[in-house]
Design a protein around this ligand. Structure first.
Ligand code: 6PG
Length: 477
């Protein structure tokens, strides 16, 4: 068979098909394979006239029809299906071929697969793709990681289909090994935190201050024209426009308050604990979804404790303060995610280029926002910045907006509106910039009950006190 195709896709669900169609629109000859022949038929039908998109009769046929070095992607559910697809493909692949896993795989699985395929000379890439179905069709944000040399073969294809921000593509090499999936995992952790904080602000406004869906829609739309400009604020405004076709009630009010999850947020929290890096707003967002899931218990507890949510004062300042609160919260979410990447890059030897991460997140992905432009400037000053809060301009923005967060939290706490991610953000901020924390007392306690020793403020060394013997004679005051 004459190799004629530039790119092959295994798994023709909506994401796989849309990405392939996007490649074809950009002039690449593409072929796809799926166990379900109807999907291949649908793919060919969806192709624009003049583009090359072909379904393959088998995996083998697809592999053999690809130009070398062969470039293929799997877009199948994370977990066992990825290993099954690899095992079915392996007999047909050869040294130098490039295989991409474009799903939300756990990065440790990716590391294992990189090593497994490396033995046969195959370059395995873990690549995070963000932007959902529409993004895949029109321009996603992509986070590939793996072999730097082999990336040169993927670069022209990926750059052609990626979203653009400020004239640059939202795809770049994210580092070695499983760096691509690691960056996507952290992207999702930030996504969880931003979504949770937006929901908390919605709760304050709706349940606390009695805002209607129309008022919420107008407010979020207004916010999207200001410093909060972001994909998540934009879609939130849109959500408030929808009515339920059956009951005619606002659709958002008809949706059960139990959030699902596929695991990427939980992995972010688990991996942050392992590093360790503090990402409390992300942890709080993960926990908030978990608590949403024990709905029966919440209902029982609500009866037991009685309805306690009080009214939040609908003062003119509230909207501006909430805007500032979210803005500060968003900065904290990015600060936590990016500081996690900085630490993991070092610890796991992934060499993750933080300025490139910010560029890739500026367009096409779920966490894209105007704020990332400021972060881009911060990394332009120092590309290994361990935390964006150490950047002068970012610190200035926080100082400008933090009182909004403080005031909003005071009101929410008084009204018993739960604000776990926003309050975790403020606690993070207050801890991070605190020259002196109360952990001296924790050290004293550890040394008291476990002889764990402590360090002193005035000299080097490790010290222990015989606390049980009681204090020496106290000096005169
Ligand atoms: C994206 C999203 C996408 C998906 C997540 C949702 O960047 O396009 O993150 O990957 O929506 O998997 O994750 P949960 O199901 O855990 O919310």
């Amino acid at each position: 068979m004459t190799p004629q195709f530039d790119f092959g896709m295994i798994g023709l669900g909506v994401m796989g098909s849309n990405l392939l169609l996007n490649l074809a629109d950009n002039g690449f000859a593409t072929t796809g394979y799926d166990l379900n022949p109807e999907r291949m038929q649908a793919l060919e039908t969806a192709a624009r006239p003049g583009t090359t998109v072909k379904g393959a009769a088998s995996m083998e046929e697809m592999v053999l029809s690809l130009k070398k070095p062969r470039k293929l992607m799997m877009l199948v559910p994370a977990g066992n299906p990825v290993d099954s697809a690899i095992n079915s493909l392996l007999p047909h692949l050869e040294s130098g071929d490039i295989l991409i896993d474009g799903g939300n795989s756990f990065y440790r699985d990716t590391l294992r697969r990189v090593a497994q395929l490396h033995e046969q000379g195959i370059h395995f890439f873990g690549m995070g793709i963000s932007g959902g179905e529409l993004g895949a069709r029109l321009g996603p944000s992509m986070m590939p990681g793996g072999d730097r040399e082999a990336y040169q073969f993927l670069k022209p294809l990926l750059e052609a289909v990626a979203a653009e921000a400020d004239g640059k593509p939202c795809v770049a090499f994210m580092g070695k090994g499983a760096a691509g999936h690691y960056v996507k995992m952290v992207h999702n952790g930030i996504e969880y935190a931003m979504m949770q904080m937006i929901s908390e602000v919605y709760d304050i406004l709706h349940r606390g201050a009695g805002y209607t869906a129309e008022q919420l829609q107008a407010l979020f739309q207004k916010w999207n024209d200001g410093p909060l400009q972001s994909f998540l604020i934009e879609i939130t405004a849109d959500v408030f426009r929808f009515r339920d076709t059956e009951t005619k009630a606002w659709l958002v009010d008809m949706i059960l308050d139990e959030a699902g999850s596929k695991g990427t947020g939980r992995w972010t929290t688990q991996e942050a604990l392992n590093l360790p890096v503090a990402i409390p707003a992300i942890d709080a967002a993960v926990a908030a979804r978990t608590l949403s899931g024990v709905r029966g218990q919440r209902q029982e507890a609500a009866k037991l404790f009685g309805q306690k949510t009080a009214a939040v004062n609908k003062a003119a300042a509230l909207e501006a303060e909430l805007e500032s609160a979210l803005f500060t919260g968003f900065i904290c979410a990015y600060a936590q995610g990016l500081s996690m990447l900085a630490a993991a890059s070092h610890e796991e030897g992934m060499d993750i280029p933080l300025p490139a991460v910010v560029q890739v997140w500026k367009g096409g992905c779920i966490i894209r926002s105007a704020l990332l432009k400021q972060l881009e400037q911060a990394f332009a000053q120092n590309e290994t910045l361990p935390n964006i809060l150490l950047d002068k301009t970012v610190a200035g923005l926080v100082q400008e907006h933090e009182s909004g967060l403080r005031n909003v939290l005071t009101q929410a706490i008084a009204a018993a509106v739960p604000v776990p991610a926003l309050s975790a953000s403020l606690a993070y901020l207050d801890s991070y910039r605190s020259e002196r924390l109360p952990t001296n007392l924790v050290q004293a306690q550890r040394d008291y009950f476990g002889a764990h020793t402590y360090k002193r403020t005035d000299r080097e060394g490790v010290f222990h006190t015989e606390w049980h013997e009681g204090p020496d004679e106290q000096p005169e005051p």
